[in-house]
Design a protein around this ligand. Structure first.
Ligand code: NAD
Length: 285
């Protein structure tokens, strides 16, 4: 299988989306403005495929082919016109995403998607010339392990675009849900609620982060507790989402002061090595 797949932003999510797209046979262009982050993402992709070979999940030839399918780009201007897909995975800020999406549309992709966790597709589509080709493609972290793809249909999204997104999900080995365009969609609205309340419980001294997480894992059969999940997502990312949802739904989504303090102190979770837990080489201590 062939095709061109462009991912904008080589952070937590862009890296994962590039991983599954390359694995599905796309020629992947990973666009990252921060050169060090871009190089690091390419290195980490190689490590992930090497680990896959060690575990017997793919052959050494397939790992090499995947690696060769990924090209790093310093900006969208370096991307040739007409890719099959462009997905943006830049930080959760409306102005930034709008600017990136306008540039991305200029590369004339067949399908244009946003990995936003909470911003309405209608708001992101403002300023686009072809909003019919645009929708939300909300992947989950870590992308290679999470089966869900939330397909968010904006008011201007064409039915063929939704169909194309559902077909894309299947090519990437994902299981889609199609949801209406309301802030937080189906997943973040519920998931962030739980995460924010867990942070308030830490601040109230209800229990340690480990015990709050353990209570949800053992008591409610969650695969991972809400605080560890917040560390995996990134506290800065969750803070941005909470602010977006607060603007949409009111103070029930107001970010807890502890979350704001931790982000201001650079305690962003797994990616910074410290959040509610300490992380070394990506492993919770
Ligand atoms: P991140 O901060 O890890 O990565 C964002 C990357 O985008 C950074 O590397 C940054 O340098 C880059 N970037 C910024 N401006 C750019 C530009 N103009 N062009 C190219 N690259 C640019 O963020 P993330 O956690 O990967 O989140 C990205 C998006 O995915 C957000 O909208 C977030 O809400 C959403 N999301 C995150 C998660 C999660 O678990 N982290 C899950 C689902 C969705």
């Amino acid at each position: 299988m062939s095709g061109r797949f462009v991912v904008v932003g080589a952070g937590t999510m862009g890296l994962g989306i590039a991983y599954v797209a390359a694995g599905a046979g796309y020629a992947v262009e990973l666009v990252e403005v921060d050169a060090a982050r871009g190089a690091d993402a390419v290195r980490r992709l190689g490590e992930l495929w090497d680990r896959g070979v060690q575990r017997g999940k793919l052959t050494a030839e397939a790992a090499t082919a995947n690696r060769e399918r990924v090209t790093l780009r310093a900006g969208l201007a370096e991307v040739a016109e007409g890719p099959d897909v462009i997905v943006e995975a830049v930080p959760e800020r409306l102005d930034l995403k709008r600017a990136v999406l306008r540039d991305a549309e200029g590369r004339r992709p067949v399908l244009l998607g946003s990995n936003t966790s909470s911003i309405p597709i209608a708001e992101l589509a403002e300023g686009l010339e072809r909003p019919a080709d645009f929708l939300g493609l909300h992947f989950f972290n870590p992308v290679w392990a999470m089966a869900l793809l939330e397909v968010v249909v904006g008011p201007a999204t064409a039915p063929e675009t939704t169909e194309a997104a559902v077909a894309l999900a299947s090519r990437l080995g994902k299981d889609p849900v199609v949801v209406r365009d309301l802030p937080g969609f189906a997943t973040s609205r519920l998931g962030v609620t739980l995460g924010l309340e867990a942070i308030r419980m830490v601040a109230d001294g209800v229990a340690s982060p480990a015990d709050i997480d353990k209570a949800m894992v053992l008591g409610y059969r969650h695969p991972v507790g809400p605080l560890e999940l917040t560390d995996l997502v990134g506290l800065d990312v969750r803070l941005d989402i909470a602010r977006t949802l607060q603007a949409a739904y009111g103070d029930r989504f107001a970010p807890p002061p502890l979350l704001e303090e931790m982000v201001a102190a650079g305690r962003l979770g797994k990616k910074s090595g410290q959040g509610f837990y300490t992380w070394r080489s990506g492993v919770k201590q």
